[in-house]
Design a protein around this ligand. Structure first.
Ligand code: F6R
Length: 247
């Protein structure tokens, strides 16, 4: 595992964007696994900036997103498909046909998850998977207790995740209770993993995930078993790691 310490969110976003750019430059038709949430927004902003400067070309890039709420589609401002278009896709030259996100409007969970796994397979797997991390150590919507051997599946969101995500909705009642998410197995099959973490509320999860025991109770801890993981975190998110003298 490689850890990059960033002074603040801006520096973190620049470093993460550097790593993604390197991937796109080395393999212009690479498959990027992407995440939503607040953590990667700065990274997307930086990539857009470099695209506008002519340093990056997304014409051949293919993307697969980690997850989507069940019941929400592109028309809903809280859906992840909407988020990705708003924060990234609409500002770059990616081809719509190369964008893949679980379809939250398909209520047949088994069919949708199987379809999504087949999409990832048909692309030849993920070259670089970008991840954020939940305060409870979740990755994607793989909550504590998840079985490590899952591919794409439908999950019931935990109270902690509903609470954390309610900031994007008018009220907690509006937060969907289920989501489709790539499983731990889907994530672990990515050839490279880049996890971005920012802020004091991630400090415990970062410490537990990268320096604690590997356990389903901390889903991100499984990343310790991956051969090519890069953590880019700001000083606040690294506070517990530093407090334990590990940096
Ligand atoms: C997003 C996702 C989630 C987030 C995590 C952190 O697609 O799968 O696991 O990465 O909840 O969210 P933020 O970055 O908003 O703190």
């Amino acid at each position: 595992m490689r850890i990059y310490r960033a002074e603040n969110y801006q520096a973190l976003s620049r470093k993460a964007a550097n790593i993604i750019s390197a991937q796109v430059i080395i393999k212009p038709d690479c498959v990027l696994g992407l995440a939503t949430g607040s953590s990667p927004i700065g990274t997307y902003r930086q990539l857009i900036d470099w695209y506008h400067k002519g340093d990056l070309d997304f014409a051949e890039v293919r993307t697969v997103n980690l997850d989507e709420y069940v019941g929400l589609g592109p028309e809903s401002a809280q859906s992840y498909v909407y988020f990705m278009h708003h924060h990234f896709f609409d500002a770059i030259n990616i081809k719509p046909a190369n964008i893949h996100i679980p379809n939250g409007l398909n209520h047949d969970a088994q069919a949708e998850c199987a379809r999504y796994d087949a999409v990832i397979d048909s692309l030849g797997g993920i070259d670089l998977q970008l991840l954020g991390i939940g305060r409870n150590g979740h990755i994607g919507f793989n909550e504590p207790g998840v079985a490590f051997e899952k591919f794409t599946h439908c999950v019931n969101l935990t109270a902690s995740t509903i609470e954390a995500n309610q900031r994007f909705f008018n009220s907690p009642d509006e937060v969907p209770r289920q989501a489709y998410t790539m499983g731990i197995c889907s994530i672990m099959h990515a050839r490279k993993i880049l996890l971005v973490a920012s802020g004091a509320d991630k400090a415990q999860a970062v410490y537990n995930s990268f320096f604690g025991p590997v356990t389903p109770n901390v889903p991100a801890s499984v990343l310790q078993l991956h051969q090519d993981v890069t953590l880019v975190a700001d000083e606040e998110a690294l506070a517990q790691v530093k407090a334990h003298g590990l940096l």
